[in-house]
Design a protein around this ligand. Structure first.
Ligand code: CP
Length: 303
């Protein structure tokens, strides 16, 4: 029975912990190559552009002894040229693993149901679980997770959703600060709260960004206009005014707090150059950790 990771909730808090322990071990080793994918092929189906996710997954498959095939946005047309079920069924006959970046989460669910091989969510409109794994690994490296406070300022989007659930499961006190109409959805609040109750963490929605960041150990933001939302850009710019992560906001956090962004950034919108390029920014560690976290996840899936 193949195991897929379509949502961060497909991994228990303990499983996330085990994958991240493994990622840290591999990273510390320097050359953490493995053979879990020896003789196997990983198919990367991407319906949106990518730098970090595409490169880190290709390297992860290769480092584990496998071969990576990449299909770019115009090539497959999940749900347009072919149904998700047909794409999954066919791809599963050729490949041992599918890594998929798509729009609707239902595309992933349907593709995975017919593929017969592990499917990993490389970002959907609903979740970005592999980003969350790298984010939590980065927080672990920069002061630790349990008992510390993470303030996410911005859109209650796919990145916020996966991050809140994963970080709450690690015992973090997670605050999510979004303007009206862009808050984290209730199902994700419930999932994060459930994990927090088991870990000693918490999840709080705080509309005021200054209050949310007050004394926080980590300040995180993401773009206000994600891929596929370009037609809403003007409306979003207006709605998110006051939610920019700038030096003034970061000064309210704890001394030496880490600043995080999953990238790509819209510089001058959700975050200023001064903060993104400043001494508290750990965004390049985050980007690097995509590789370590995903390689550990794939090794774990194929052990
Ligand atoms: N953070 C992230 O997913 O980056 P890419 O869109 O470049 O993959």
């Amino acid at each position: 029975m193949s195991r897929s990771v379509l949502s961060v909730c497909d991994l228990s808090a303990d499983e996330i912990g085990a994958v991240l322990d493994r990622a840290q071990h591999t990273k510390n080793q320097g050359d953490g190559r493995g053979s879990q994918l020896s003789g196997k092929t990983g198919l990367l189906i991407f319906q949106k552009p990518s730098l970090r996710t595409r490169v880190s997954f290709e390297l992860a498959v290769t480092n584990l002894g496998g071969r990576a095939l990449y299909l770019s946005p115009p090539e497959v047309g999940i749900g347009e040229r072919e149904s998700p079920e047909d794409v999954g069924g066919v791809a599963g006959r050729y490949c041992d693993l599918i890594v998929c970046r798509t729009f609707e989460q239902s595309n992933l669910d349907r593709l995975a149901a017919s593929s017969g091989v592990p499917v990993v969510n490389a970002l959907s409109d609903w979740e970005h679980p592999c980003q969350a794994l790298a984010d939590v690994l980065t927080i672990r490296e920069h002061g630790g997770t349990s008992g510390r406070t993470l303030a996410y300022v911005g859109d209650g989007n796919n990145v916020a959703r996966s991050l809140a659930i994963a970080a709450a499961g690690e015992g973090m006190h997670v605050r999510v600060s979004s303007p009206a109409g862009f808050e984290l959805d209730q199902a994700s609040v419930s999932a994060a709260t459930q994990r927090a109750q088991a870990s000693g963490g918490s999840l709080t929605l705080i509309a005021d960004p200054e209050e949310a960041v007050d004394g926080a150990d980590v300040v995180y933001t993401d773009t206000w206009t994600s891929m596929g939302q370009e037609q809403e850009a003007k409306q979003r710019l207006e709605a998110f005014a006051g939610y920019q992560v700038d030096a003034g906001l970061v000064a309210r956090a704890s001394r030496g707090a880490s600043v995080m962004h999953c990238l790509p950034a819209h510089r001058g919108e959700e975050i200023t150059d001064e903060v993104l390029d400043g001494p508290q920014s750990v965004v390049l560690d985050q980007a690097e950790n995509r590789l370590h976290a995903q390689q550990a996840l794939l090794a774990w899936l194929f052990d």
